[in-house]
Design a protein around this ligand. Structure first.
Ligand code: AHR
Length: 652
């Protein structure tokens, strides 16, 4: 990750208004108050607890157009004509000059059982300059870049042979930016592939659309119309590179997939049935996702796993546990059994050898090697289940999974009555709070029992900004992360949620999401940068630390990297006053009192709680690097107001 120096001059517009507002909500100290000097002693050789090696990770689900219209690189919106009940949402007619075309949804003819419908295009008027066909707007535009190859495909059925032209067109001018012509053949359903390249002078823009034009009068039925830009690691059916790079910079260790509410669906019919999300795209029907829109399942189970592989992280696999968001559930016993079997099959698809049924299926899908797995989560937020069935549902899944896969750790989504043999290894806790509430929660786990299940904070976020967190949220998040680090012997994993938001109007269902994007570009919120800083600078042990005299809204944690002998201090000053700190490093043997050390400081500052990043000001708040020099074992340091700071202090 690159850091840069930024101006802090944009701070005080409407200062009076903000001061009054924050005073009301309790975010400002009384006038005239001073930040008291704090004394911090770190016993660098006295490691009192381990830090989980997989503490920071990612949580994902189809929400806010995270995949379709987001990470999944598909550029065509509603490619399978399931966007709404009419099927044609987004698609339009091209009738240039005297060009004449019509299109209807054919509900009885499609290329596969999974995709039994098609869009029937009839062109009755076409000649040079009088073009006719279909247009697709993409997901709030189509990102086009110069000298780039775009690869596409579609299924078509036509009675008469003839050329079909596919082209990328600039909205404002009608300029053709790239095009390809496909020779259609009469007969049954057939898959056609095409590729087209932009010229070196094409400007970078998302204000473009796709057109499919028949060159002769005739009728063609179309299904699964796809167009892909280059993807991360050039994966076919892969992910947007810019979003993958953003995630990589977070130094994650795992990906919790596939949800969230997305795992459950609103009704039992909409459950996440992994078997419908694998194999050739034409055999994936897609499904109604709970966050209001249709999921094509182009991002299916294998794509989730390859996403993990590309980021070199492990999947945390959540299996459907027979409960739907609108409170319907499968009764424990025989009615639940098909879902238990599906979970066993799913784990086999992820981890099984190619000699197993589902391992062989994975190999047929193009990935012979099994994926690593350590944790399986059973359900999502089952405290919502008012029937009280989760204890028995969890037990039924746990017993079956443990019998077949004793090596995996099982995560329960709420505490359960522990049936013998079905005790959860880990509990998944979720927190969505305001900044003030998050500050108050920082010590939530300090005195928690260390004898029961471990904790996975599978979803958490400080929420007030929209669409992405503001600096007040980042302070809440950073304060919270000091608590995660202090308790990282108990908390094995933690992941912020939601991770992604398409910021276009109408794309978002849930406000305060870590990374914002549109068709062309992405930006990291202040909270995103706070996470990058925390996760990139965390050790493997927690040293004994004493702290006194700090202001109420000052938070800290310390971890030590045993391999490179560095103390990672996290300092979060959420108050309006500077926080002076007298740091004593105990245990630095043989250090001369005059010996000079250089610590590395990475700090993130916002002018107010409401200061933020956005699509138009993506780097208003970014980490800034500097060095801090000190002699011997004592370091005098002041953390500025509204600042999150990581100090890497060499211990040798
Ligand atoms: O992160 C958004 C939603 O919050 C998740 O889908 C759900 O698990 C939680 O309630």
């Amino acid at each position: 990750m690159k850091f840069r120096f930024v101006s802090r001059a944009r701070a005080v517009v409407c200062a009076f208004f903000f001061a009054a507002f924050f005073a009301v909500v309790g975010l400002l100290p009384c006038a005239g108050a001073q930040g008291p000097p704090a004394q911090m002693t770190v016993y660098t050789r006295d490691i009192v607890a381990p830090v989980s090696p997989s503490l920071y990770g990612l949580m994902t689900e189809e929400i806010n157009h995270s995949y379709d219209g987001g990470l999944y690189a598909e550029m065509v919106n509603n490619r399978t004509f399931r966007g709404n009940w009419m099927g044609t949402e987004g698609w339009g007619l091209v009738e240039l000059g005297r060009g004449l075309a019509s299109a209807t949804l054919d509900k009885a003819d499609g290329p596969s059982e999974a995709l039994p419908t098609s869009l029937k295009l009839t062109v009755t008027g076409v000649s040079a300059g009088n073009e006719a066909g279909l247009s697709n707007p993409g997901f709030w535009g189509m990102a086009v870049r110069p000298a780039t190859v775009y690869k596409g495909s579609f299924y078509a059925r036509t009675d008469a042979a003839g050329p079909l032209t596919v082209r990328l067109v600039e909205d404002a001018t009608g300029a053709v930016l790239a095009s390809a012509t496909v020779a259609l053949q009469p007969g049954g359903w057939k898959r056609y592939a095409y590729s087209m390249s932009t010229g070196a002078k094409v400007k970078v823009s998302a204000s473009n659309h796709l057109e499919l034009l028949l060159q002769r009068p005739g009728t063609v039925k179309l299904q699964l119309v796809s167009l892909m830009p280059p993807t991360f690691h050039d994966r076919p059916n892969g992910n947007r590179a810019d979003l993958m790079e953003r995630m990589a910079a977070m130094h994650p260790h795992f990906l919790r997939l596939p949800g969230g509410n997305y795992l459950e669906g609103d009704t039992m019919a909409d459950w996440y049935d992994f078997k419908k999300t694998i194999g050739p795209l034409v055999d994936r029907p897609g499904h109604q996702a709970p966050w209001t829109y249709w999921s094509t399942d182009g991002m299916g189970l294998l794509e989730f796993l390859e996403w993990c592989e590309d980021l070199k992280i492990e999947p945390v696999l959540a299996v459907y546990a027979g409960y739907a968001l609108k409170h319907d559930y499968a009764k424990p016993g025989p009615a639940l059994e098909p879902y238990v079997q599906a979970a066993l099959d799913e784990v086999e698809y992820v981890t099984g050898a190619v000699t197993t049924k589902w391992g062989a299926e994975r190999a047929r899908d193009g990935h012979a090697a099994p994926f690593p797995l350590r944790y399986i989560e059973i359900g999502n937020e089952d405290w919502f289940d008012r029937s009280g069935s989760y204890d028995a549902r969890f037990a039924q899944f746990a017993l079956a999974l443990r019998k077949r896969y004793p090596q995996y750790k099982l995560i329960a989504t709420t505490p359960v009555k522990e049936d013998p043999g079905a005790e959860p290894d880990v509990l998944d806790d979720h927190y969505y709070r305001s900044p003030a509430e998050m500050f108050a929660l920082v010590h939530r786990y300090d005195d928690a029992s260390r004898t029961g299940p471990k904790i996975f904070v599978g979803e958490w976020a400080t929420r007030s900004g929209s669409p992405t967190p503001n600096f007040g949220d980042a302070l809440g998040d950073a304060a919270w992360m000091t608590g995660l680090e202090r308790n990282a012997d108990l908390i094995v994993m933690a992941s912020y949620a939601p991770l992604l938001v398409n910021v276009n109007p109408g794309a978002m269902q849930w406000a305060t999401d870590l990374i914002g994007f549109d068709a062309l570009t992405t930006y990291g919120s202040p909270s995103y940068y706070a996470q990058c800083m925390f996760a990139a600078h965390v050790g493997d042990g927690r040293p004994r630390m004493e702290m006194s005299g700090a202001a109420e809204r000052f938070f800290s944690s310390a971890t030590v990297s045993s391999a490179d002998h560095v103390l990672h201090l996290k300092l979060v000053n959420a108050s309006q006053l500077p926080q002076p700190l007298a740091l004593e490093l105990n245990g630095l043997r043989g250090v001369d009192a005059r010996e000079l050390h250089v610590a590395r400081s990475i700090s993130l500052h916002g002018g107010t709680f409401l200061a933020t990043n956005s699509m138009t000001a993506p780097e208003a708040i970014v980490p800034v690097e500097s060095t801090v020099k000190f002699a011997g074992t004592k370091l005098e340091h002041t953390v500025p107001p509204l600042t999150i700071e990581v100090l890497d202090v060499p211990l040798e």
